[in-house]
Design a protein around this ligand. Structure first.
Ligand SMILES: [Zn+2]
Length: 264
């Protein structure tokens, strides 16, 4: 028997013995008058807390002994499908939240294998995991005002794809984006707030002569531009695309409906 198995067996045995004591501890509380029962309950509380923690400890131990194997990377199309289905559940109010349990924390504590990467806007109304109904360890997320493909963002996405193995990057812009509106107005912003403006300027120039709402047009053009910039300004990302191991798509999240729609 391996050492890990022996440790697990020993835990199982301790758990069995302690489980047997739970009814006895509870009976002690029930048999006594109220004041004494409170004292006994306080005395026993730590022991009971200890007992109820055992299943978690056991599962932590099992995971330490047998860490999850690196799963097969999820293909770009399958990853996108998973996100679109998650967004539909969000829109329908039919959340699953399967990946937010105690066991999921333990499962992902030793390694991460996200199935998609996101470059989204920092806007508080576009919380990535919530709008796609995903959980802990599912998505590698970069959020910056205006969902801009800054140098730092590109570096993080190179890591997510070439090291962690995600095969899909989604640029997530959104309706009524304040960062895009500021770029359209050409506002001068104090301090370093306007650091993103330079990254959006080329987009404004692209659509300024287009008919329709300039701000709405710029939001779409900005999503397309940032997605294009990712593919063109990183040799790592470009290489993965060429090898068929990466797709970059862009989409718009509607603040009023919660719906995410592909625009690239
Ligand atoms: Zn925004």
């Amino acid at each position: 028997m391996s050492q890990n198995n022996q440790v697990q067996q020993s835990f199982l045995e301790k758990k069995r013995l302690r489980d047997q004591k739970i009814p006895h501890l509870l009976q002690q509380v029930e048999r006594q008058p109220p004041v004494a029962a409170i004292e006994t309950r306080t005395r026993n509380r730590d022991r009971l807390d200890d007992l109820v923690q055992y299943p978690n400890r056991l599962s932590q131990l099992a995971l330490a002994a047998n860490p999850p194997e690196k799963p097969q990377s999820v293909s770009p199309d399958a990853a996108l499908q998973r996100l679109l289905e998650g967004n539909q559940r969000f829109v329908d109010g039919a959340y699953q939240n399967l990946q937010q349990s105690q066991s999921r924390f333990q499962e992902t504590a030793s390694a991460q294998y996200p199935f998609a990467s996101i470059l989204g806007c920092a806007d508080s109304r576009v919380p990535t995991e919530i709008i796609f109904d995903q959980g802990v360890g599912d998505l590698f997320v970069i959020r910056l005002a205006g969902n801009v493909a800054s140098q730092t963002a590109i570096g993080s996405l190179e890591f997510a794809t070439s090291v962690l193995g995600t095969q899909l990057i989604v640029v997530v812009g959104h309706s009524d984006c304040g960062a895009v509106a500021a770029a359209v107005k050409g506002e001068l912003l104090p301090g370093q707030i306007g650091g993103f403006l330079e990254n959006i300027k080329p987009t404004v120039a692209r659509v300024k002569d287009k008919t329709g709402d300039l701000k709405a047009n710029t939001v779409i053009a900005n999503i397309q531009y940032q997605a294009q910039k990712l593919a063109e300004s990183s040799t790592i990302l470009a290489g993965l695309i060429q090898a068929g191991k990466l797709k970059i798509v862009g989409g718009q999240y509607d603040l009023r409906t919660g719906k995410f729609t592909i625009v690239t």
